[in-house]
Design a protein around this ligand. Structure first.
Ligand SMILES: [Zn+2]
Length: 273
């Protein structure tokens, strides 16, 4: 049995990016720990979803715990920084927010939380945090610093496969622009342009690991749907038909920063290798 720490920025990131891998690892007898830096105070709640007087961070905490439960997570912890919000918003200058945190101090907070654990593998975001969100970038920095301090060598970066997403969108644009990728037909061109920007995910050539999570695809979707304050009933994630959902989300992509994959060399299918 190994202990794997998944370090995420906000409630829902675990479901959207690594849910399948978490479920796979916990089901195969490993100890999966989820640490989340913030409670997602700056998220945009789905209209009407909060009860009177209910705070978004309270709801998002509950949602995260439900999602973690579904995925077989053994332990959930919050670093309790404030959500920094998107780049350019005033919330990024709040002294309590994660983006403003001193990397060394935040890493000490993480070290305190996990002092009793023997961690075999740490999962954080790639250096750009997948798509440039300040809290995701900070997870990368703090996680890297902490691993360095404790001498943990096994790190994987969760990332988006830019080339694969581009291919999926282009195929949808060609074959069935109206019915493909349910509900997002109109946005396809815009989405394709966004994916083309260098800052979005990683090029396939940089990716070392492809984890097939098709056996856990229903769990992934269920985990996503626990985050109802962020993901409405009519959202792409919940509307897309099952067969397309598995095409788009059935593989989770990771990078071992100490490795390069040679051209034509297959991806590794086991996160530990
Ligand atoms: Zn996030």
């Amino acid at each position: 049995m190994s202990t794997i720490v998944f370090f995420h920025a906000h409630p829902d990131d675990e479901a959207l990016s690594t849910a399948g891998t978490m479920a796979l690892l916990s089901e195969s007898g490993n100890r999966v720990i989820l640490v989340v830096a913030t409670r997602g105070e700056e998220g945009e709640p789905v209209p009407g979803v909060l009860k009177e007087g209910e705070l978004l961070e309270e709801r998002r905490t509950e949602e995260l715990i439900k999602s973690a439960d579904l995925l077989g997570v053994a332990r959930v912890e919050f670093l309790n920084y404030r959500d920094s919000g998107m780049t350019g918003s005033p919330s990024t200058s709040n002294p309590e927010c994660f983006w403003q945190a001193n990397v060394e101090k935040a890493s000490l907070r993480l070290a305190d939380l996990l002092c009793e654990e023997t961690v075999d593998l740490l999962v954080i975001y790639d250096p750009n945090g997948g798509y440039g969100h300040p809290d995701h970038i900070q997870v990368h920095r703090v996680g890297t610093f902490w691993a360095d301090q404790i001498g943990l060598k096994n790190i994987r970066w969760t990332t988006l496969n830019r080339d694969s997403i581009k291919k999926t969108i282009e195929l949808a644009m060609e074959t069935a622009p109206d019915e493909g990728l349910a509900g997002i037909g109109d946005d396809l061109e815009e989405r394709r342009q966004r994916v083309e920007e260098e800052s979005f995910g990683s090029a396939e050539s940089e990716i070392t690991h492809a984890i097939d999570i098709s056996d856990f695809i229903e769990k992934k979707r269920e985990a996503i749907s626990t985050h109802r304050s962020q993901i409405g009933e009519d959202s792409f994630f919940l509307q897309i038909p099952n067969d397309q959902f598995v095409n788009v989300f059935g593989t989770e992509w990771f990078i071992n920063p100490k490795e390069t994959r040679k051209e034509n060399e297959p991806f590794k299918s086991n996160l530990f290798n």
